[in-house]
Structures are given as structure tokens and as C-alpha cells.
Design a protein around this ligand. Structure first.
Ligand SMILES: Nc1ncnc2c1ncn2[C@@H]1O[C@H](COP(=O)(O)OP(=O)(O)O)[C@@H](O)[C@H]1O
Ligand SMILES: Cc1cn([C@H]2C[C@H](O)[C@@H](COP(=O)(O)OP(=O)(O)O)O2)c(=O)[nH]c1=O
Length: 213
């Protein structure tokens, strides 16, 4: 197992159907094959707060849902993400703050409120935003099935894609190291291989304390 002084926090965001879940799974496999210690996780988390959010997005809306997912985010950081980082793992998180910038705005929560309640969340080492043309994302959601009320077809995908582009710019102002990847012109394996390369570069770059056991 390859180890280094501290872990690396990688987040994967993007519109529904863009490939977040697929990329997270393939990235874990790909980095694992390269000998890295990897912890793949998701927000909302699988804890009580996260499951409450995930299962009740029809009941909890607007400011309530915004606060619920932010509360889950802080608890997940404290209880799961930071301990794995401290143990030297690469933590790959399917959805993070960018998702709140987009989904809570689609839920009519003012952006300054969303920014304020997420402003104390840990800044990732790599904030991946997966992108695809809205018609591609919408077609994938239609083929797979929508998971929640946020996705109603091509119009909602168009709005979501636009908001992710704006979120990437705003997060860069919070010093998030944003990397945008187009998943329309690359297979899932190609996307994961590219990102695994970027992550390995970060881990093994100049000054990284890498040892192979
Ligand atoms: N790069 C890609 N090229 C083609 N299809 C993809 C790609 N990434 C994901 N898919 C497919 O798109 C669908 C949605 O992927 P998923 O990972 O569930 O998206 P998300 O988690 O972002 O909603 C799945 O059927 C998946 O196999
Ligand atoms: C991470 C996050 C999720 N959510 C909500 C939207 C989704 O309906 C719900 C679950 O996320 P989602 O990733 O769609 O879960 P799954 O694909 O496993 O069904 O959580 C927010 O509203 N804001 C957020 O920041």
C-alpha cells in the first residue's frame, strides 16, 4: 500500500446523469489498482442526517433542505472524511458544496444564504465538476430514471448545467481547486483514468512524502 503524510480530499459534482456515481466507483477501483488507499463516500451521507435528507427531498425543501444537507456535510466531515484523510487515504466524495450551490438555488434559496451556511466546509484538494451538454445529461437521466424532484427533463438539466458553470466560478473564488471534465466525449473509464492521473500527480508531486510498502 502506498502511503504519504496526509490524505487527499477529492469531490465530484455535476448535473444529474453526468456520471458522478460511475466516476466515483471507477476512480476508487483505478486508484486502488495503483496501490493507493482510497475511501469512496457520498453526500448526503449514509448517517441519520444524510439519509433523512436523501429520503425526504419532497418533504424538506428550500431553506430547510439547505440547512439539513449542510448539517449533514459538517457531521460527515467530522466523523468520516477527516478521520480517513488523517489515516492517509484519498477520500473521493460523490457530491459536495457545488451541489448545494446548484440544487438549493433550483429550490429558490438565495445564493448568499447557501454560501454562508457552507462557508466553514473544508476546501477540497481537488474539486471535480463533471460537465456534459444538457441534452446528453437529460438523456442519461431518462434512460436511468430520475432520482428526485429536481429532474424533470431537458429544461431542468439545462438550468442545472448553467448553475454548475456559475458554481465553478464562485467556488474558484473560495480557492477551491476546480477541475472541469467533459464526460460527453469520453467513456467512463477514460474519465476515471484521466482523473486518477491528476490525483496521482497531486499525491506524488514535488515535496510529497511518498513511500511504498
Ligand atoms: N462518460 C460516460 N459516457 C457515457 N455514459 C456515461 C458516462 N458516465 C456515466 N454514464 C452513464 O450515465 C448514466 C448516469 O450515470 P451516473 O453515474 O448515475 O450519473 P450521476 O451520478 O451523475 O447522476 C449511467 O447509466 C452511466 O452508465
Ligand atoms: C449533496 C446535496 C444533495 N441534495 C439532495 C438532492 C438529492 O435529491 C438528494 C440525494 O442526492 P443524490 O446524489 O441525487 O442521491 P442518489 O443519486 O443516491 O439518489 O440530496 C441537496 O439538495 N443538496 C446537496 O448539496
Amino acid at each position: 500500500m502506498r502511503r504519504w503524510g496526509r490524505g487527499l480530499f477529492v469531490t465530484i459534482d455535476g448535473p444529474a446523469g453526468v456520471g458522478k456515481t460511475t466516476t466515483t466507483r471507477l476512480l476508487r477501483e483505478c486508484l486502488g489498482r495503483r496501490g493507493f488507499q482510497v475511501h469512496a463516500t457520498t453526500q448526503p451521507s449514509h448517517g441519520v442526517l444524510g439519509e433523512t435528507a436523501r429520503r425526504n427531498t419532497d418533504t424538506y425543501r428550500g431553506h430547510t433542505l439547505a440547512c439539513l444537507v449542510a448539517a449533514d456535510r459538517y457531521h460527515h466531515l467530522e466523523k468520516e472524511v477527516r478521520p480517513h484523510l488523517a489515516a492517509g487515504a484519498i477520500v473521493v466524495c460523490d457530491r459536495y458544496v457545488a451541489s448545494s450551490y446548484v440544487l438549493q438555488c433550483m429550490d429558490d434559496v438565495p445564493l448568499p444564504f447557501v454560501e454562508a451556511i457552507n462557508s466553514a466546509a473544508d476546501v477540497p484538494d481537488l474539486a471535480v465538476i463533471l460537465q456534459a451538454p444538457p441534452e446528453v445529461a437529460a438523456a442519461r437521466v431518462a434512460a436511468r430514471g430520475a432520482h428526485d424532484r429536481f429532474h424533470t427533463g431537458e429544461d431542468s438539466s439545462r438550468r442545472e448545467c448553467e448553475l454548475y458553470e456559475q458554481a465553478a466560478i464562485r467556488l474558484a473564488r473560495w480557492r477551491y481547486p476546480v477541475v472541469a471534465v467533459d464526460t460527453a466525449g469520453a467513456s467512463p473509464v477514460e474519465v476515471a483514468t484521466y482523473l486518477a492521473g491528476r490525483i496521482a500527480e497531486r499525491v506524488e508531486g514535488p515535496g510529497a512524502d511518498v513511500a511504498t510498502a
